[in-house]
Design a protein around this ligand. Structure first.
Ligand code: NDP
Ligand code: ZN
Length: 352
């Protein structure tokens, strides 16, 4: 029998989530039911419910949330890796085919059959997936992550998306001691990129449109802070960066960041995912063999690697914990780039 659980759901286009209920399916043999304690609020949740990425293809309700931490509550008959009571996390995916080449190579995010945590259709029965702004979630065992004991559970929740999305390109591009890394935008992803790049030994510069974040950037570990709207400050760093991770959620001029790269350096976009205006000048890219790239979350194995890396070094998110009824207020502040540096919902406060 499906179980009815409390949640926060968007019930129609362009409407913020409100208290509601959804039905969770029965456990399959390889399923784990997680009792959710905390769920981070990612800017993707706002893009999703505001239709920034086009109309929501699978209809309503939409229950956002893919930065999930909780305790194992029930396990299916074939589950072997986890037991009731374990502290676990769930990120942006809850299942994939597990047999294709991308799945075998821990690149489940590119599998044609991936079931994303919300706003997706279950690959096995076609039902709609619902995310972590809810009391429980049911997830294929292979997509459940272990949370290191050393981490605070609420502060660990944002690692499941903001953490892996920034860790993955830092690793792929081979960041090491002495590299100059730039991070554009001090929000949820940006502050994790900053902490992780520092932990990998990089010299990190934070590019922000908000001068008021300069002190925080330094407190979080940045070696330098630059006001991205000041052309003089931007000109002064031309040709310096090995890698720039750009987390800005909306269209903006990427050319100054390409100019800031060393030859063969890379700008990696993780925020905005639409047509770039103004267009990017290809001349420096070609003449200096530079890369303009993108990056999508990370695989399950790499997500566990990132969690262990954070556990060993005591790295977690700076969070503002909110009650479920304050979601609208949090969304409005997030839209303005005003959060220090991730809102996390205390799921115990969910009421219907
Ligand atoms: P946040 O809102 O927490 O941070 C974004 C930061 O970008 C802001 O704090 C702000 O920093 C800066 N910014 C610059 N211009 C704007 C603007 N017009 N509006 C708002 N912020 C602006 O967002 P997240 O870190 O949660 O997410 C960033 C982006 O990454 C989103 O688009 C999200 O969808 C995407 N994302 C991508 C993933 C992937 O796999 N590629 C996974 C997860 C999220 P400052 O004030 O310092 O300039
Ligand atoms: Zn996210």
């Amino acid at each position: 029998m499906p179980t009815e659980v409390k949640c926060l759901a968007s019930i129609e286009d362009n409407k913020y989530p409100v208290p509601s209920t959804i039905a969770r399916r029965d456990l399959r043999p390889d399923d784990i039911e997680v009792k959710i304690l905390y769920c981070g609020i990612c800017h993707s949740d706002i893009h999703h419910v505001r239709g920034n990425w086009g109309p929501n293809g699978y209809g309503y309700p939409v229950v956002p949330g893919h930065e999930i931490v909780g305790k194992v509550f029930r396990v299916g008959a074939d589950v072997s890796k986890f037991k009731v009571g374990d502290s676990v996390g769930v990120g942006c995916m809850v299942d994939s085919c597990q047999t294709c080449e991308t799945c075998k190579n821990d690149r489940q995010q590119y599998c044609h059959s991936t079931t994303f945590t919300y706003g997706s259709l279950d690959r096995r029965d076609g039902s709609r997936s619902y995310g972590g702004y809810s009391e429980t979630i049911i997830v294929t065992e292979k997509f459940v992550l272990s949370i290191p004991e050393s981490l605070d559970l609420a502060a660990a929740a944002p690692l499941l998306c903001a953490g892996i999305t920034t860790y993955s390109p830092l690793r792929r591009l081979g960041v090491r001691s002495g590299w100059k890394v730039g991070v554009v935008g001090l929000g949820g992803l940006g502050h994790m990129a900053l902490k992780l790049a520092k932990a990998m030994g990089a010299n990190v510069t934070l590019f922000s449109r908000s001068q008021g974040k300069a002190e925080d950037a330094k407190r979080l570990g940045a070696d330098h802070f630059l006001l991205s709207s000041d052309p003089e400050q931007m000109d002064a760093v031309a040709g310096q960066f090995d890698l720039i991770i750009d987390t800005v959620p909306y269209n903006h001029d990427v050319n100054p960041y390409v100019t800031a790269l060393v030859p063969e350096g890379s700008v990696v976009l993780v925020g905005y995912a639409g047509p770039l205006e103004p267009t990017v000048n290809s001349t420096p890219l070609v003449l200096r063999s530079q890369n303009l790239a993108g990056s999508l979350i990370g695989g399950v194995k790499q997500t566990q690697e990132m969690l262990d890396f954070c556990g060993q070094r005591g790295i977690a998110s700076d969070i503002e914990v909110i009650n479920a009824q304050d979601l609208h207020y949090a969304y409005e502040r997030l839209r303005k780039g005003d959060v220090k540096y991730r809102f996390v919902i205390d799921i115990a406060t969910l009421q219907v």
